[in-house]
Design a protein around this ligand. Structure first.
Ligand code: WT7
Length: 664
């Protein structure tokens, strides 16, 4: 079915989608409801009546070495503790309990490499590899409480490394492979990591990036980092420093085979994951063990209606983001799922590769980002149409608001009209899905993440007085603690309280998103209210990008904003003032983009650079990004009277119109 071709009803796809836009809501198809895990809306009432009892029931689905004595300790908000007194291990719950129950032969991951290589990993094999590597880490002197960095591409070893850390109680700190080595160094420094697990080289669309070499170029002076473990993936030559660097396969071969999982306190740190906030310094989100596992396992089971015996589940995210942590690793493995793990990009070796992979493994559930869906729309419906996608029964969306048109395309073209869509709203901080449909219960409305998961409490409040907003837009807040919530910002407790629990008191979590609620109580998330930009579902702070840009020797000043973008949701637009007399040329522009790639990563490079003689500033010298956003979106200018020099805006407005015209 191509975009212009007629569908079964005789209309073109475009006409059909237009018609469907008028449909307000979609009920779960009968065929789906007939086999769904949850079909009775009474779960919402049950959870609302006694949230602690509801979450305790979810926690009971896990294996505990010792049961908790208190479900929730809320004596010192916002420092909540869940399942206090309980002893648990994440790696045990992901592996041992399945193997012990005779499910060791089940495939945990169908791994598929860029060039079509295939590797199936069963639960028993994963269990074996994780034990060896956990012992190897111990042999290197890594123990409970030591932070271990992980900078790996989408290969099975990334899961082995995470679970090996979890097994011995060493919190992992995974850095997404798209970040630069410089970012890795910064994150290793902030977290005082004792070891880093990385790779010789990473493949990307047929090319190999020399990762270990890049790491070496930046890591040299880090005192706390004692070891670098190198996974051989592409086989390229790598520099190895005697006494510090070891090869993964060699340390594994030398290690003992048996490594029992360590019983850890429910509140033992499981991992740190750095994410962007409103300042240039990333925030180290800290997640602990018992509550986090409870949250991810329960949401993974019920949001995706998971039947571990028959489903083939594919979350097409990268392990380096929270989506990968919660819904490629911990949630699916806790639930004994069989997953697909895809190493590559969506357009290599060809633009139909996702659908080839989905068909090959008969995927039943697909969880993807709206930015990917919009890209597929652009490439045309005839590409997925070449593949048999009839195995799919449920589709998920995450990372940014999905526009109704993209929702409907996903529903029709990928889901064949028969798959419910779960639009899941959550964040790195929340650990697990918070606002989402339950696919056998909820009527969905394209573009809305619908209502909070049972046991989660959200509201939309006024930014002025914190009172609930009945009609219209307000700030999204979570009004009760939940098990998988972040516990603090690593080594920055004050910033934790300040960022999330200062505005409306210590018991109300400030999300950082604007939202509205409709007459049915459905939530419509609009986007960030802080200086955080969402580019293709990658979260970036404008301050972080600005500080990279000003590192360029010719740059005097920079202001970065997120601009709506058809493909990537938001795109980075940078207003740059150069040092006296220098002309803004293509070469300077290239240089700036390179500095950003080097400091943060390629995905953070500005899409648009506007040369500015001056930036709009208040009399006290603060850059008014709000005004820049207004002109970038073509909106009428707000109040400019507080500006030091109101003329600046006029000039900039002309420039941006010029820049946009040139791109057309
Ligand atoms: C921000 C969190 C959740 C894992 C991936 C991103 C936006 C996320 C949705 C959605 C509308 C969404 C929000 C949120 N967001 N999912 N379904 N609808 N917006 O995690 O990097 O921590 O980013 O992503 O703005 O605050 P993250």
């Amino acid at each position: 079915m191509s975009d212009g071709a007629a569908t079964e009803s005789g209309a073109t796809l475009e006409q059909e989608l237009e018609r469907m836009l008028e449909i307000e809501r979609f009920s779960p198809p009968e065929s789906f409801r007939a086999q769904a895990l949850l079909t009775d809306p009474a779960v919402y009432e049950e959870a609302a009546r006694d949230p602690q009892a509801w979450w305790a029931k979810q926690a009971e689905e896990l294996d505990w070495f010792e049961r908790w004595d208190t479900v929730l300790d809320d004596s010192d908000p916002p420092f909540y503790k869940w399942f206090v007194g309980g002893k648990i291990n994440a790696s045990y719950n992901c592996l041992d309990r399945h193997v012990e129950a005779g499910r060791g032969d089940r495939v945990a991951y169908h791994w598929r490499g860029e060039e079509g290589e295939e590797r199936d990993l069963t639960y028993a094999e994963l269990h074996r590899d994780v034990q060896r590597f956990a012992n190897a880490l111990k042999d290197l002197g890594i123990g409970k409480g030591d932070v271990v960095g992980i900078y790996l591409p989408m290969i099975p070893e990334v899961v082995v490394a995470m679970l090996a850390c979890a097994r011995i109680g060493a919190p992992h700190n995974v850095v997404f492979g798209g970040f630069s080595a410089e970012s890795v160094k910064e994150r290793m420094e902030f977290s005082e990591a004792k070891a880093l697990i990385t790779v010789d080289g990473a493949r990307r669309k047929g090319r190999t990036a020399p990762i270990k070499q890049q790491v070496d170029d930046h890591m040299h002076d880090l005192a706390t980092l004692e070891h670098i473990v190198v996974v051989r993936h592409t086989g390229i030559d790598v520099p190895m420093r005697e006494g510090r660097d070891v090869f993964y396969d060699e340390v594994c071969a030398a290690a003992d085979a048996d490594c029992p999982a360590e019983p850890l306190d429910a509140e033992h740190p499981l991992y740190i994951l750095y994410t962007s906030g409103s300042t240039a310094k990333p925030k180290g989100i800290l997640h602990t063990t018992g509550g986090y596992l409870t949250g991810v396992a329960a949401t993974h089971r019920y949001v995706f209606d998971l039947k571990p015996e028959s489903d083939v589940y594919w979350c097409a995210a990268d392990v380096g983001w929270v989506t990968g942590h919660s819904y490629i690793v911990y949630g699916p493995l806790c639930n004994g799922a069989t997953s697909v793990m895809w190493e590559g990009a969506p357009d290599y070796p060809h633009k139909g590769v996702w659908w080839e992979v989905a068909e090959r493994y008969r995927a039943t559930i697909l969880y993807a980002a709206p930015t990917a869906i919009r890209t597929f729309i652009k490439w045309g419906a005839d590409i997925p149409a070449r593949h048999d996608l009839s195995s799919l029964r449920l589709l998920g969306s995450v990372g940014e608001p999905i526009n109704p048109k993209a929702w409907l395309w996903y529903h029709q073209v990928i889901g064949g009209g028969r798959c419910p869509i779960v639009d899941t709203w959550w964040q790195t901080e929340t650990g697990a899905i918070m606002i989402t449909p339950l696919p056998g219960i909820t009527e969905t409305k394209p573009g809305s993440a619908t209502t909070p998961f049972p046991g989660v409490f959200a509201d939309v409040v006024s930014e002025h007085d914190g009172q609930p907003v009945e009609n219209g837009q307000g700030l999204l807040v979570l009004t009760q603690p939940w098990p998988s919530m972040l516990r603090t910002l690593y080594k920055e407790e004050d910033r934790f309280v300040e960022t999330y629990f200062a505005r409306f008191g210590r018991e109300t979590y400030l999300v950082g998103d604007a939202a509205r609620r409709d007459k049915d109580g459905y939530f419509w998330v609009i986007g960030r209210i802080d200086d955080v930009v969402n580019v293709s579902g990658h979260r970036l702070s404008t301050a972080e990008v600005e500080s990279a840009i000003v590192a360029h020797e010719l740059v005097a000043e920079a202001a970065v904003i997120g601009q709506s973008d058809e493909d990537t949701g938001q795109a980075i637009c940078a207003f740059v003032t150069l040092t006296g007399g220098v002309e803004g040329t293509d070469e300077v522009e290239g240089g700036i983009r390179e500095v950003v790639a080097e400091r943060i990563g390629k995905f953070a490079r500005p899409k648009r650079i506007v040369w500015a003689d001056d930036l709009p500033k208040t009399r006290s010298g603060k850059i008014m990004r709000r005004l820049l956003r207004d002109i970038a979106e073509g909106r009428a200018l707000g109040d400019v009277t507080t500006l030091r020099d109101p003329d600046v805006m006029e000039q900039l407005q002309e420039k941006i119109v010029e820049a946009q015209a040139q791109e057309q």
